[in-house]
Design a binder for this molecule. Sequence first.
Ligand code: SIN
Ligand code: CO
Length: 382
Amino acid sequence: MQFDNFNSATFLRDHWQKKPLLIRNPWKKWHNPLSPDELAGLACEDAVESRLITQTSDDWNAEHGPLPETRFGELDKSPWTLLVQAVDQHVADVAALIEPFRFIPNWRIDDVMVSYASDAGGVGPHFDHYDVFLIQGLGQRRWQVGGMCNDQTPLRSHDDLLLLADFDVVDEWVLDPGDMLYIPPGIAHNGVAVGKDCMTYSIGFRSPSRKELIGNWCDNLLSEMTDDDRYRDADLAAQPNPGEISANAIDRLHTMVTEKLSNRDEFARWFGQFSSTPRYPETDWRPEEPIEIGHLREVLTAGNPLLRNPASRFSFIRESDDTLLLFVDGEYFSCRDEMIPLAERLCAQNQIAVDHDRKLSDAAVSLLTELYNRGSLSFDWG
Ligand code: SIN
Ligand code: CO
């Protein structure tokens, strides 16, 4: 899927993280990549995260998947919405929807959620902490947008859904297949299906909260610390009032904390691993049979490209002029020399092909073999 009529530079300058934007069918040729039946099938699978939202006159109820197949036959005439998370990990044509958005860094991209709604179905007025592109896949949906919300914004008391207590509509549009609406974090929005068979694809992004960053960075530091690294004051001098915690002691204690927390190189390495950890780390994508280096080289040089697992996360950090750290699915690989352009290609493209004349070094094939045996690369994803 490619854009025909969308200027990413103007979008980043004027809209990204700033204000909503309606983009009428920007695609070369829009086609809906998944059928409603296929989506319902995914919601019945154990490994897939899904929710079914049913509506009564003014309330919303959420059920969590996996849903029994019979559940869809039991739905009555009241509006309902099925939401399935990370469909890009299961359907290649849905994963392809992310490609035109690669002007945004890999580490900011989360998943493609797909929704199906019956006539008048929707999840209710709410806001999200993340940027989202809402692409209308099939049918029509009326989107309304409101003002900026935050954690103080009053919500309806509801166990599962963060529904807004008040929603003042600022703008509204009816989206047709291929139309796209960008909503920045915090902006109130409400999508309601107009007619039947309404499917919406949400390209969702992520951005760590300060709370999450500090918590996880500190947990990581704590896991490596020992009890013998302690406050010491061999230079202690008698002080007039034993009750005073001296400025000198505070400086020393504060430094014990800040010098650990502020190590930028260690932080960078940790953040690369943290942010490349898969969304569902418990899912085992490893191949049934590990591949041998020689065999991988043969298959690759015979012209078969290695494909990135759509569930895998690839990023890199330039550590110095001659080293780059490649992060894949929570692991890091230190790359030098000819490994640097290989790591860059792995992060920039979703496949790696090698032409017959190009010789891959042993180190390069060994890295590709390791990534293959970890389930981050394959010759064939479904
Ligand atoms: C939907 O697709 O129905 C909801 C998406 C959203 O509002 O974030
Ligand atoms: Co939303």
